[in-house]
Design a protein around this ligand. Structure first.
Ligand code: C5P
Length: 374
């Protein structure tokens, strides 16, 4: 809340109604210790200023950083959405018009204003749009059509390799990165299928989900679907080994130490990448050491179009909200700094879209193979 907002409603009221902390001061030492303005700026998936006064719009268009909100707007990489609310004369004033043109040229999305009766008794443009419209506009502002007509297959979560009917070998994958990738692909307009291991997440809207448990099930579902998809994003933490045979009944506790015979699981990602009409394939690599070398080696050995590598261990990687990625593709690399997984997924999706477009453009310029008959 800006000081002007706090003149209308107290921070305590908004905190009590929303159940969320309210940030007001740039140099609030208690808040800075918990989450400073830079962390707040990084944390946000989108920054929405509602209502935005003529004064704040002027300050935003000039890049001022003299309070928490203006500083946060400068420090964030998230989309900025502004819902103006002011008197109609102020809205129509050339100074405001110029500020709005500048903001739109910078990619800021304008939500409204609506026209009608104003608090000052006048009629005209400058009313804050209704809350329902605001929510709708925020939802659709994140959507693009960059992958319209493209089908994307995403794998997510862990697999379970059964030892007996009640015991299994698995891993700490939460599925969050895969679910975030599915959501980002759907927001980009793609038709998305998500093949998911057992996780406790709600699937994104408008995504068709195939639930699996073991690596064997994931293998057959992915290979079925891969034949008709354009992009395959392999975020699942597929078990590398499974029990050769699961015991039909619960194994009894004995005095001797049991021995589990394990066999390698098929590398689903490498198999998809080796298909004759392989989709654009994106792998993930969780590494505890030599991140760059290991990721590049996997990119090559599995013949992928792209690999996103993250460091795991020391509280990073698995089962956490945030992540950071190093993305590699043949001939290029890009670092994506620490951010919530949903935010990171959107950034990674942008890179995938750009490379996918480049690859399909290259393929359409390649001369068609001519058949030689004797
Ligand atoms: O070789 P590594 O397991 O580190 O490679 C990780 C990538 O390979 C991930 O994208 C993962 O989804 C995929 N993978 C797979 N099948 C396996 C093991 C890993 O598709 N059996």
């Amino acid at each position: 809340m800006t000081p002007a907002a706090a003149e209308f409603i107290t921070p305590l009221t908004l905190q009590a109604l929303s159940g969320n902390p309210v940030h007001t001061d740039l140099l609030d030492h208690a808040a800075e210790a918990a989450m400073g303005h830079i962390e707040l700026a990084r944390w946000a998936d989108a920054v929405i200023i509602a209502p935005a006064t003529a004064n704040f719009i002027a300050r935003l268009s000039n890049g001022l950083a003299d309070d928490l909100l203006s500083t946060l707007c400068l420090a964030t990489a998230a989309p900025l959405l502004v819902a103006p609310a002011m008197n109609r004369q102020m809205w129509q004033n050339p100074a405001t018009r110029e500020n709005i043109v500048r903001l739109e040229a910078r990619g800021v999305t304008l939500l409204g204003p609506a026209s009608g009766a104003q608090a000052c008794g006048e009629m005209g443009p400058g009313r804050l749009i209704d809350p329902e419209e605001l929510v709708q506009a925020i939802v659709s502002a994140g959507r693009t059509n960059r992958l319209a007509g493209v089908s994307v297959l995403v794998s997510a979560g862990p697999t379970r390799e059964f030892i007996d009917p009640v015991r299994y070998i698995s891993n700490r994958s939460s599925g969050r990165m895969g679910y975030a990738m599915a959501k980002a692909a759907e927001e980009a307009g793609a038709a998305v299928t998500l093949v998911s291991g057992p996780v406790s997440l709600t699937p994104p809207a408008r995504v068709s989900v195939i639930d699996i448990t073991s690596s064997g099930q994931m293998h057959s579902e992915i290979l079925d679907a891969a034949a008709t998809c354009d992009i395959f994003i392999s975020s699942a933490a597929v078990a590398d080994y499974r029990t050769r045979e699961a015991a039909p009944n619960k194994m009894k506790k004995k005095d001797s130490e049991p021995v589990l015979h394990l066999e390698k699981t098929p590398d689903i990602l490498a198999e998809v990448a080796a298909l004759p009409n392989a989709p654009f394939t994106v792998g993930f690599a969780a590494e505890t050491e030599n991140l760059h070398d290991n990721a590049k080696q996997k990119l090559k050995s599995k013949n992928l179009d792209m690999i996103a590598a993250n460091r795991v261990g020391d509280g990073l990687g698995f089962d956490v909200e945030e992540n950071a990625l190093e993305v590699f593709w043949p001939g290029g690399t890009q670092s994506l700094g620490t951010a919530p997984k949903e935010n990171l997924a959107r950034q990674l999706m942008e890179i995938i879209v750009a490379r996918y477009r480049e690859k399909t453009a290259e393929q359409s310029h390649e001369p068609a193979e001519t058949e030689v008959s004797d």
